[in-house]
Design a protein around this ligand. Structure first.
Ligand SMILES: Nc1ncnc2c1ncn2[C@@H]1O[C@H](COP(=O)(O)OP(=O)(O)OP(=O)(O)O)[C@@H](O)[C@H]1O
Ligand SMILES: O[C@H]1[C@H](O)[C@@H](O)[C@H](O)[C@@H](O)[C@H]1O
Length: 325
């Protein structure tokens, strides 16, 4: 499939409003561009550190895109996508599978690091179950850090404001269709590094929305995205934790059911969802079916601590799709 020289309208006109023209349809796999930094995650419960893991949406996304790429079992080749990520010399996970396959750019500043403070109270499906604090921040990702060539699709998945507006704009120019995680656009940090949100409309990213194919937000982020305005510019997906997700587009919406899971760590659920969704579109699925694949990977992510390990059998037909501890 030739790549468009200019950004194209990602949604088909008329007909199936949610079908993104991304699929390979049996042709060679299409190259993607994932932009967002790997980070260090420290998990804290009751004032005690209970885990230290590789984090950053780019790590979770890479993991899912590789797992979901259709390959012969004996073929060890990774899925075709590039990750543009920045870390410091203190980066502790250079040999973990995702960064080892797609190494980050090294900076003089330290690796972005988050402390996730989990509440003891059982969280509802839609309430935040952790407070995030950014304790260190690596450099932003600049437009010049992106490879100078065309990509079939792009995923803007910053965690700490590293995907600058001008970087997203360059992604839109380079990629035929761009999928964006709202957390890359609306996160702000108070004096202690606590994550808070700003209204998308008040950011320089807002004017780029009509050139974005899909915008994913968690239910906590959705009010800051302004779904009613955003859905007129692109397709908006709101993830609702254990309740699955909803898709909103201009003139319609759909709810997509979840997969049952035993949640042990919610980190990366949204990232894994978005990557599963993108993989579904690459498989040629309509958006609602792609969202079901997103729900599958979201459920898989919460069932393990940190970046999950997927067994190849998980994606085989007839697999029992319940995720247990
Ligand atoms: N407890 C759960 N059981 C089943 N599926 C879940 C559960 N939690 C999350 N998911 C799946 O993962 C998706 C994303 O989860 P969620 O809405 O919590 O995103 P998020 O808040 O962005 O996550 P995070 O910030 O932790 O990465 C959901 O739409 C759902 O498909
Ligand atoms: O590793 C996690 C993950 O990528 C989450 O999606 C993000 O919200 C956190 O900030 C990050 O620390």
């Amino acid at each position: 499939m030739p790549l468009a020289a200019e950004p194209v309208e990602a949604l088909e006109e008329g007909g199936n409003q949610q079908q993104l023209l991304l699929a390979t349809k049996g042709g060679p796999a299409l190259e993607g561009l994932v932009v967002g930094s790997y980070c260090h995650d420290v998990l804290i419960r009751g004032g005690r550190v209970v885990g230290e893991t590789l984090g950053g949406a780019a790590a979770f996304v890479s993991n899912v895109l590789d797992a979901a790429s259709p390959r012969e079992e004996e073929e060890q080749e990774a899925a075709p996508f590039v990750v543009v990520s920045k870390v410091g010399r203190d980066f502790a996970y250079a040999s973990a599978p995702a960064p080892a396959r797609r190494p980050p750019l090294l900076c003089a500043s330290p690796t972005t690091s988050f402390h996730a403070q989990f509440s003891e109270a059982a969280a509802s499906a839609h309430a935040p179950d952790r407070e995030l604090r950014r304790v260190r921040a690596c450099d932003p990702i600049y437009p010049a850090d992106l490879p100078d060539r065309r990509f079939a699709y792009g995923l803007a998945v910053g965690v700490a404001g590293e995907v600058l507006p001008e970087t997203l704009e360059r992604m839109i120019r380079l990629c035929r269709a761009v999928l964006v995680d709202a957390q890359a656009l609306i996160r702000a940090f108070d004096a202690d590094g606590a994550v808070c949100h700003v209204s998308l409309e008040d950011t320089p990213y807002a004017r780029l929305l009509p050139r974005v194919a899909f915008l994913k937000a968690s239910s906590e982020e959705a009010p800051y995205v302004g779904v009613e305005t955003a859905r007129r510019r692109c397709c908006v997906i709101v993830t609702e934790g254990r309740d699955g997700c909803r898709l909103f587009w201009d003139g319609g919406e759909a709810r997509v059911a979840p997969f049952p899971a035993v949640q042990v760590d919610p980190t990366g659920a949204g990232d894994s969802f978005l990557a599963g969704f993108a993989a579904g579109l690459l498989w040629g699925l309509p958006a609602t079916d792609a969202a079901l694949l997103g729900n599958f990977f979201g459920a898989a992510a919460v069932s393990q601590v940190g970046v999950p390990t997927f067994h190849p059998k998980m994606l085989q037909p007839g697999n029992d799709t319940k995720f247990h501890q």
